[in-house]
Structures are given as C-alpha cells and as structure tokens.
Design a protein around this ligand. Sequence first.
Ligand code: SAH
Ligand code: SF4
Ligand code: F3S
Length: 491
Amino acid sequence: MYQEIDLEIDLDKIDIHAEPPIEEPARQYYFMAKCRKWVKGFEQRNGHLPKSCVLNFGCQMNARDSEKLRGILREIGYIETAEDEADFVIYNTCTVRENANTRVYGRLGQLKPRKKKNPHMMIGLCGCMMQEPEVVEKLKKSYRFVDIIFGTHNIYKFAELLSTRLESERMVVDIWKDTDKIVENLPNQRKYGFKSGINIMFGCNNFCSYCIVPYVRGRERSRAPQEIIGEIKRLVADGVSEVMLLGQNVNSYGKTLNTPMTFAKLLQEIEKVDGLQRIRFMTSHPKDLSDELIEVMGNSKKICKHLHLPVQSGSTDILTKMNRRYTKEQYLSLVEKIRKAVPDISLTTDIIVGFPGETEADFEETLDVVRKVQYDSAFTFIYSKRTGTPAAVMENQVPEEVIKNRFDRLLKEVQTIAAKACAVHEGTVKEVLVEDICDHDPKMVTGRLSNNLLVHFYGGKELIGTYVDVLLKECRGFYYIGEMAEAGKAS
Ligand code: SAH
Ligand code: SF4
Ligand code: F3S
C-alpha cells in the first residue's frame, strides 16, 4: 500500500482541545487528530490497534474514493485487514444497476450477527447508493446497526463524521444533495506504487435517460489543471509512471472552470510531466470527442493506444430515446476518424441490451455496429430500471426472456470478435508494464500493453512496476501468454 500525504501535517501537533478550524482541509486534519487520540485509547484498552476494511462496489471513480477513505483511516492509525477480521467495515456502494444495491443489502445482512458478537465493531456505508433517499430511509428503519452513513458529496468529511460517531455512539447520517465544492490535499492510499487513478472531474451533466449517475454524483465540476498537474508530479516523484484520468465524461473537461480549458489541452500539459510514461483516461462520451483530442492522441508518445468509447446502442432511434445525442452514423464516422489518426488503437465499449422499446430491428443495428467497429472488448449490460430516471417510466419495457436471448447473442458476437482482434498481435514484441504476480501461476507475472491487453509471462516480483519488452507468443482469447524479449525490440 502506498500512502500519499499531500501536506506536511503532523497530526500529533494539532491542539484537539481548541475549536475546530472552519477551512478545509485543516478542519479534517483536526478531526483526524481527534480520531487518532481515540485509536490510541483503543490500543491501550485492547492491546492492539483497531483494524479496518474498505470494500468497493463501483466503478474506478468509486475505487479512487475508497483510496481516499483508506488514506484517512491510515493517518488515524487503523490497520488495514480483510473484511472478516475488521473492527470497522466500510462499503463504498454503487447503484448504477439494481443488482449493485441487492448485493449491498445481502452483505449487510451477513454483517449483523458479527456486529452482535463484537461490540467494538463499526459499519460505515457511503457512495452512490446512499444518495438515494429511499435507500437511506430503509437503512434507518431496518438496518439500525449501521454506524455511519454518508454520500458522494461529503466524502472528504469522513474524519469529521467518524469523530462524531466515536463521541456520540449514535448512528451518524450525513447526506448532501449536491455540492460545488472540491476539497484538495487530503491523504490517499493507493493500491499500486507505479500506477494511480486521478480524478480530473466529478459529477455528470448528460442525463442519459437510463442512468442514475447524474442524480447521485451531482453536477459536473472540473478540478483546476494546476491541482491535477501538481498531483501527478507528486505521484511521479513517488514512483508512479502510469496515470488513469477519471471522469464520467472526460471529453467535456474544463468547460465549467473559471478559465475554461479543453481536455486535449489538459492532456498536452500532462504529457510534459517528466518521468510519466503512460496516460490513460475514462470515460469518453462520443458526442464530445473533439478533432483536437484525436489529433493530440495521434501525436502523443504517452497517451495509451486505447479508447473506451461507450456506444450503448447501435440504433439511432434508441440512442435518441437514451438522450445520447449522436446517431449510429455519427458514431461510426467518429470511429473511422480515430482509426485513421491512431491506426493501432484498441477500441472498447459499453452496450445496454433491452432499453425500453428496443425492437429486434434495433438490436440488429447494435450487432451491426459491433461487427463494423470490431471492438477489442465490450462490457454488455442488461438494462436495469432506475427509479427517478426518465427511462423507468417509458412504455414498452422489453420482456425478460427477450432481453436474455438478445444478451446471449450479443455476448457471443462480442467474444468472437474480441478474440480475433486480440490475436492480431501474435508474434509481435510489445512493451508491458508489469502489474502483479499472476493469479494462476506464482512463477509468472501479469502486465498490460499500452492497448490495455493483459499478458502473462515467466518472471519474478522484482519486475513489478517496470517496463519489459515481451514477445506475445500465444493469444488465449482476451489475454496473451508471452516471453521476455531483448530490451528495445518492442514495436
Ligand atoms: N459515464 C460513463 C458510464 C458510467 S456507467 C459513460 O457515459 O460512458 C457505466 C456503464 O453502465 C454505462 O456505460 C452503461 O452502459 C451502463 N449503465 C448505466 N446505467 C445503466 C442501466 N440503468 N442499466 C444497465 N446498464 C447501465
Ligand atoms: Fe450516465 Fe450518461 Fe453521465 Fe455516463 S454520460 S454517467 S451514462 S448520464
Ligand atoms: Fe456506480 Fe456511482 Fe460509479 S453509481 S458506476 S459507483 S459513479
């Protein structure tokens, strides 16, 4: 685990008997100091430090938020552990599809008997699901054993909320409807030493008619470019060489800044950071993908050869009902433009099956796009009705068995095409950033190509975090088995 502390703050020097500061992040450091005092008391009473576990149920943005929570917990003095050993379990929830909510309730049910046995235990819930008023009502009524509930807008206040809970012994609930605030310079604890996600913007203004994200993440706001560059420079100084820029729609980055800036310009600034080797980003909305961005990608040495470009549906009718604001033809010509500018780019996508009113002909259009684009991989989702979104009350909801049949057909098509797309690299030597020991064979390591493909090859843990040229020997559908090649041979 890699702790990033952005400010040189010594928690032990903070006077916790004084009034808490009003400004952020000083206020949160004050509450971290208070919590740390409690942690020391816990250690004296119990003979060990309290243990915590933050579990993540959502997308990469949620994952980055979890790193912020872990960073704060570590500053306070908690030791990180597995869920079944933790005195403090936090679920950072997602609500993009109904099954995400179901999973959380299921796991909460399992925590209840554990909490009964262990009076020290605390349970925290945060993230997107908590932004839904009916969820919080249900928790308050039927899940009284939960200790802290907060949302996506006030995650920076975690130390303050924890401190309140430790003093009051009562359920603490704090949910904000929205915010225009971005609090910088709080601790962070990232999983890998050599790569990191970085928020470049928060929220979403697109209101795709099926999607709950704009309601639970609030309005779009961009971080100031100097904050982003500053964070990247600190990360690089700390050993990071690959960054993933995160936002629901990175292509509209900078529109709401006092001095507006395009995403393409931001990328050019980031490219200048010495020591940074790879830049990734997600997610790109097709309607906002500019010619300027395509040009920057084409000329860049550091931007990875991978673009995640969610299409959602291939039918212009359905795209209109989804409020995606592009047609099938516009999407296809965009793909053509990108392929021309960056010939070896890998394209991936998200597709929803069974949006209200989707006919067999609409679905055929989706299959047609999949065949035309030849995606390197695609995430396929069954449409899930989200209360409060316009699509939830649309007529002609598609019957379950029809959706299931389409979903299976789509998956088969996507997998066949992806295997073919993956296989084209067989026999070439490519640069790989080694990420981990291979899950299936401890004598092998796993790394990623610039185009995001995974490769397993024989090697030891000393390679983790380094760039290695690897011969791609055998394609196994969506990953490669490779062999270390002579340095400098990569194409
Ligand atoms: N901001 C990103 C996507 C965030 S959600 C974008 O616009 O591309 C990730 C994916 O979940 C979406 O691309 C979509 O395919 C899927 N999704 C969102 N809402 C959904 C719903 N109600 N049912 C099924 N899939 C959904
Ligand atoms: Fe949801 Fe659309 Fe925003 Fe993506 S762009 S988060 S799909 S509303
Ligand atoms: Fe889920 Fe929230 Fe991400 S709803 S997909 S965790 S923004």
